[in-house]
Ligand binder design. Structure first.
Ligand SMILES: *Cc1c(COP(=O)(O)O)cnc(C)c1O
Length: 448
């Protein structure tokens, strides 16, 4: 999704609100009405454009699209109107200037970095990130010649400074890390990134823009696994990338030649010149990466995602309320060895959470059961309401033992660096009644 006339895409995703910009509304209104305003007699709900291709009267008409001289659709691998409306909504929610949907959160993480880093380049990354992202960066993208230096989110300024190299192209971290539940000091990491002339990319999956908008704290690009709270119903895998439009690539043309010099693979366009700071990054990711890798979100899935977004602000409130209630219960039960929940008073990240997420953090609580790995597994078996799933951030409560599942490729040192102990249980509070959730946990503890 790109706003403006000089872009790749159709103007249909620009909302006509009678001169009143969606940015003037509060987050709850953006969740419900962002991205799409039907005109007279048009469908009230975002239509699913189930078409791979789009028809033109003349070859010249289509040629203008390929030359990026006119905006319009031609092939769904590059853009689709349903996806663009939903991307426009998430863009509104984050306060960005352009956004695109991807087939998954993994694709969003990959594109977000690969759009500005190539073989021989380097990225500074928080060590407390999602296991799938760690694998993507440390193994698969390393094979592509991109090197990552992982730093603790709690590292000293000196350690952070020492991680940068001349070939560093970005800094990456998660607002609330999955599953470690560390909170990133976004402002501090943004300042460090900017001092080295590179953008800060934030995976905002767990907080969602309802609870935190990283652009307000200096982040430049935001990614999401929309599979989690945004969809919220375990229905569709998806991802999203949003650009703040604030990072000035043209100040560092040698660092970001892909954005600041002509793209011979795409009609010689120079993205920053043609699309401005507000559109360059997402247009390049669409024209190059989506063209070549094709990780599109199906329009059907974008439609389902939009249904989730409409109630996101209501659900996040309940997820947080249940998360805090469960965390408080666990903190007071002597069969539990430790509890991590950034919204819990006394938590290591409580102060940072209050700064960045004063209205609540997320519904995910981590804890250890006394008796270690064996007791943790018994506890998991005893749960009746919470299902064992590799999923998280869903309307239904679910539960996972990461050392045995998502993070099993890590050795103990890497687990420790990612803030994960072998007995860690990740409990994702759904939107059920909190007393029922606590009763379920209590009986599972009694059962060990
Ligand atoms: C799940 C997740 C991802 C990966 O998203 P998929 O949609 O499963 O590909 C990335 N980041 C975070 C924080 C996640 O929780």
């Amino acid at each position: 999704m790109l706003d403006g006339s000089k872009n790749l895409i159709n103007n249909t995703c620009r909302q006509d609100l009678g001169g009143f910009a969606m940015s003037n509304y509060k987050i709850e209104t953006k969740c419900v009405q962002g991205g799409y305003t039907p005109k007279n007699g048009e469908p009230r709900e975002i239509p699913i454009i189930q078409s791979t291709t789009f028809k033109y009267d003349t070859s010249e008409d289509m040629g203008k699209l390929f030359d990026l001289e006119a905006s319009g659709y031609f092939y769904t691998r590059l853009q689709n109107p349903t996806n663009d409306h939903v991307a426009a909504k998430i863009c509104d929610m984050e306060g960005g200037t352009a956004a695109m949907l991807t087939s998954s959160g993994q694709a969003a993480s990959f594109y977000s970095v690969f759009n500005i880093a190539s073989c021989g380049d380097h990225v500074v990354c928080s060590s407390a990130i999602y296991g799938g992202t760690y694998n993507l960066f440390a193994v698969t993208m390393k094979r592509m010649g991109i090197n990552f230096t992982f730093v603790s989110p709690d590292c000293s300024d000196e350690e952070l400074e020492a991680a940068f190299r001349p070939e560093t192209k970005a800094v990456f971290g998660e607002t609330i890390a999955n599953p470690a539940l560390t909170v990133l000091d976004i402002e501090r990491f943004a300042n460090a990134a900017h001092a080295h002339g590179v953008p800060l990319i934030i995976d905002n999956t767990f907080a969602t823009p309802v609870n935190c908008r990283p652009f307000e704290w200096g982040a430049d690009i935001v990614t999401h696994s929309t599979t989690k709270y945004m969809d919220g119903h375990g229905a569709a895998v998806g991802g999203c990338i949003v650009d703040s439009g604030k990072f000035d690539w043209t100040k560092y043309p040698d660092k970001f030649p892909g954005l600041c010099t002509p793209d011979d693979s795409y009609h010689g366009v120079t993205y920053t010149e043609r699309f401005g700071l507000e559109g360059a990054y997402i247009t390049k990711a669409t024209a190059q990466l989506m063209r070549d890798f094709g990780s599109i979100q199906a329009p059907q899935n974008a439609f389902l995602l939009n249904l989730g977004l409409e109630s996101l602000h209501v659900r996040m409130k309940r997820h947080c309320e249940n998360g805090l209630a469960v965390a408080e219960f666990l903190a007071n039960d002597d069969r539990i060895s430790w509890v991590t929940y950034p919204g819990l008073k006394g938590d290591k990240y409580y102060d940072l959470a209050q700064k960045y997420m004063p209205n609540g953090t997320c519904g995910v609580v981590s804890f250890g059961v006394k008796g270690g790995r064996a007791a943790a597994e018994k506890f998991m078996k005893g749960l009746k309401l919470a299902a064992i799933e590799t999923h998280v951030a869903d309307a239904r409560s679910c539960c996972l033992h990461p050392a045995n599942a998502t993070h099993r490729q890590m050795n103990d040192d890497e687990l420790a660096a990612a803030g994960i102990s072998p007995d860690l249980i990740r409990f994702s509070c759904g939107i059920e009644n909190k007393d029922d959730l606590i009763a379920d946990i209590k009986q599972a503890l009694d059962n060990i």
